[in-house]
Design a protein around this ligand. Sequence first.
Ligand SMILES: C[S@@+](CC[C@H](N)C(=O)[O-])C[C@H]1O[C@@H](n2cnc3c(N)ncnc32)[C@H](O)[C@@H]1O
Length: 357
Amino acid sequence: MRGFLRLTVCAVSCIPRRPCSGGRPPAPLGGRILSNPDHIFQHNTWDHVQWTEEETEKARQKAEENSKEKIPVEEQSKYDREGHKYWDRFYEMHQRKFFKNRNWLLIEFPELLPPDDAGMCRLEQEQGSGVDSCSEQQPCASSKLTSHTNAFPGQHAAFRILEVGCGAGNSVFPIISTIRGSKAFLYCCDFSSRAIELIQEHPDYDPAVCHAFVQDICDTTSPFPFPPESLDIILVVFVLSAIHPARRAQDVVKGLAGFLKQGGVMLFKDYGRYDLSQLRFKKGQCLSENFYTRQDGTCVYFFTKDEVHHLFSNAGLEELQNLEDRRLQVNRGKKVVMHRVWIQSKYRKPYLISAAD
Ligand SMILES: C[S@@+](CC[C@H](N)C(=O)[O-])C[C@H]1O[C@@H](n2cnc3c(N)ncnc32)[C@H](O)[C@@H]1O
């Protein structure tokens, strides 16, 4: 077994409140390392896979080839303008069945777990938040609270999470089951009204812990249902890739950063450059470099780590984590291997140091 590190990953039903590998935190992004190529078909996935120069060059050539022919500029604006309609059709067709539940979510992003009461009060003191975020039953005596005139859903929660581009709820429902009974509250939005209906119709949807709403995160004029600097966590999972990388993504991240409390964290996961799904595109589907439209009109961009870093640091956030998740997926029956690439990042809004400090 030399060279093999086994990661103990719990099944969906056991999303842990703390990491579940014998008390030790699991390795980030998994720890099943392929050190002997002869063992490749022994498991379905391998983590932290290094690409050879030859593999990188082959991927670069494939991407260059499938992006040679660009969709004419005059045809491109419809993908921006009508994005919500394409995604509505997508959810109409696939309902909740397309994306898998994000089972890795609370393992890779334990920041989503609401702190215990003591941690909550400490957080409040550190953040000195201007929003009333302690519960009515158990206020944090030492936190500096300002009064709120406008009521909003989740106003009395002590820990607020927003998921943008939540789709049919593959992250929403694991989070709801984790925060139920705590002082946390989840907001989730998507510009597909069909996706939001699917969430609201789900038997586990509970307005006492979650508020789902339709919102286009590229539309800077329509208000969100909570005030600025009121959120502890913003989850951005496989959604920025659906947004025009040059025209829109930066403004979206800056706009969202305005809703984070000081010390609040943005959690990001999305497609990485030369992921298998990029290399599978055929000629004639490319909108601009590394940005494609699928047959159904939905769009997808493939990020590098550096691009992600610029997006978040230009929004005034500081890096806690920015990793390339390179994985080998194995179809053991067909003896086929697939290189997956995702970027996983965590960026925090810095605490402001006042002149008096
Ligand atoms: C690839 S799906 C991911 C869904 C979900 N985050 C998940 O991981 O299962 C991308 C989602 O982003 C949403 N989306 C794309 N552009 C958006 C925008 N401008 N505003 C809000 N949601 C958007 C789509 O409707 C879709 O539900």
